[in-house]
Design a protein around this ligand. Structure first.
Ligand SMILES: [Zn+2]
Length: 117
């Protein structure tokens, strides 16, 4: 099951350890190739993002896009952030931080939010 495997965008992390931030290179690959950050298969719609309440409020997510079912699996991962919620969208923008950006990490801005699943 996916929940016990290392999600694609988290690379080498052990299945039981805290997930921490996803790997930048894999995150960008997910965005450009439109693949899921957990299973690395092609994304359709809706697209799910996992984020804290702060990320949801800013509409800026640091986890890569995922299938809804993969996002639900990842929320149950032993190392998942307990504050994570799921936001669904039918599209998103990849935002690369500028030099003066207060947030130095690559992030995603969903641009057509859907109702909660
Ligand atoms: Zn997936």
């Amino acid at each position: 099951m996916i929940a016990t495997r290392t999600p694609f965008a988290w690379g080498e992390a052990d299945a039981e350890q805290e997930l921490g931030p996803p790997l930048r290179r894999q995150v960008i690959q997910c965005a450009l190739s439109r693949i899921c950050g957990v299973c690395a298969e092609s994304l359709g719609r809706p697209i799910a993002f996992l984020g804290t309440p702060e990320e949801a409020a800013r509409n800026a997510f640091h986890c890569p896009p995922m299938h809804v079912t993969c996002a639900e699996d990842l929320r149950r991962h032993a190392g998942a952030d307990p504050r994570w919620g799921i936001t669904t969208t039918s599209g998103f923008e990849l935002v690369r931080p500028g030099r003066d950006d207060a947030d130095p990490d690559v992030r995603f801005e969903p641009n057509s939010l859907l109702q909660d699943p």
